[in-house]
Write a protein that binds this ligand. Structure first.
Ligand code: B12
Ligand code: SF4
Ligand code: SF4
Length: 309
């Protein structure tokens, strides 16, 4: 079963697949509780909800025994002009990555059900909502042998770097599992040193200081202390990933036609972005991950970065 699933995942176009035993994440639960207690999640109140389910997948999906973890490379072959308001690479595609992953996970689920019977998969739909399900995706990817959580808190795959999305399927069958690999950051601190807002503290992320949080998730005004630190980042942030030697060496452009670029992202200059109307936003970014931030948020971010210029 282990080999069948991994082989099919690769055939469907995922860049890697690993399988972990479903278990309680006791240490992560302790860490996460103290992270939440310190308020490091900011306005992302949903991270505190369903705590028991988030830290034990068997409570999320009763009967779950194994977690299949897949990753999908999103590293682009072309980057925005550096003078243009910068958008996180995760949002370059025309279609929101959640939909792309979900569709591919559904295909994998069908293949598993056809081979092993429909009772082997539990609520796949729940878990193919990549970010929204209470699943600690990076930890499961680590347990499934796909890499380690770097000091920038993202999962690094030793042959791909960290520019990829993670998806999971919960199964109610036991099988052979992949062995985790040891962290390979060593003494490197490039991500910590490069982070303009000092958001990476003691091996974890103070989300309220992270530009990605400030430009996407935080719906209030961005505190003035961060304005100049945003530089020209309009939505999301890749600084800590860009400086990582594992990305410099291993990140290679993806080949996924489903993640084809939104032409606006690569073509637009600062003027184009600043003239964007709400109707234009709804047209150009109709299916995009940028839609999640919303028009008002994007415009507010653009105002901050224009003032920086
Ligand atoms: C909330 C969230 C955010 C928040 C908070 C990020 C964060 N680091 O938690 C914000 C908005 C800032 C964010 C930003 C980004 N995100 Co995000 N995000 C998530 C989400 C929805 C939940 C993450 C979460 O649970 N955080 C909670 C905290 C507590 O997690 P943590 O700090 O890593 O700690 C965990 C472990 O590392 C461990 N741990 C940490 N320290 C210690 C210490 C000890 C002693 C112990 C025992 C354990 C421990 O315990 C914790 C629980 O497992 C996941 C999807 C998902 N469902 O998992 C995507 C996800 C992590 N994001 C993703 C991406 C792509 C991004 C961005 C790159 C987007 C961008 N370009 O702007 C940035 C990267 C910023 C960064 N440096 O991490 C990808 C990451 C892929 C990868 N290779 O790892 C994910 C997995 C989405 C996906 N399905 O692909 N994100
Ligand atoms: S995404 Fe940007 S702001 Fe957030 S930790 Fe990384 S470098 Fe810092
Ligand atoms: S930049 Fe260095 S410390 Fe940070 S994640 Fe990459 S290897 Fe680890």
């Amino acid at each position: 079963m282990h080999q069948f699933i991994k082989q099919k995942a690769l055939l469907l176009g995922f860049d890697a697949c690993g399988i972990a035993k479903a278990d309680e994440l006791k240490e992560d639960a302790e860490f996460m509780q103290s992270w939440l207690d310190k308020g490091h999640h900011g306005e992302m109140g949903y991270l505190g909800r369903n705590f028991e389910k988030r830290t034990d997948p068997r409570k999320l999906v009763p009967g779950c025994k194994s977690i299949v973890v897949v990753i999908l490379n999103y590293f682009p072959d072309t980057l925005q002009h550096p003078e243009a308001p910068q958008i996180g690479k995760y949002a370059y595609s025309q279609v929101d990555y959640h939909h792309v992953l979900k569709a591919k996970l559904n295909e994998l689920e069908i293949l598993i059900c056809n081979e092993y019977g429909p009772d082997s998969v539990n609520s796949i739909h729940q878990h193919s909502f990549v970010d929204s399900a209470p699943v600690l995706e990076r930890r499961w990817a680590e347990r499934a042998g796909l890499g380690w959580i770097g000091k920038h808190t993202q999962l690094i795959h030793p042959g791909l770097g960290s520019y990829f999305f993670i998806g999971t399927i919960m199964l109610n069958k036991e099988m052979e599992y992949d062995a985790p690999i040891r962290p390979r950051c060593g003494g490197c601190t490039r991500c910590i040193d490069a982070c303009p807002t000092n958001a990476l503290v003691n091996g974890s992320l103070e989300a309220r200081r992270c530009i990605s949080y400030l430009t996407i998730e935080n719906k209030n005004e961005i505190p003035a202390e961060f304005h100049s630190l945003l530089s020209n980042r309009a939505l999301g942030c890749d600084i800590c990933a860009d400086v990582c030697p594992w990305n410099k060496k291993w990140a290679t452009p993806h080949q996924h036609s489903e993640l084809r670029y939104n032409p606006a992202i690569l073509a637009w200059n600062a003027n184009d972005w600043n003239q964007l109307s709400e109707a234009g936003f709804n047209t150009f970014f109709k299916h995009s991950a940028i839609k999640r931030a919303g028009y008002k948020k994007l415009i507010a971010n653009l105002e901050v970065i224009m003032a920086n210029k």
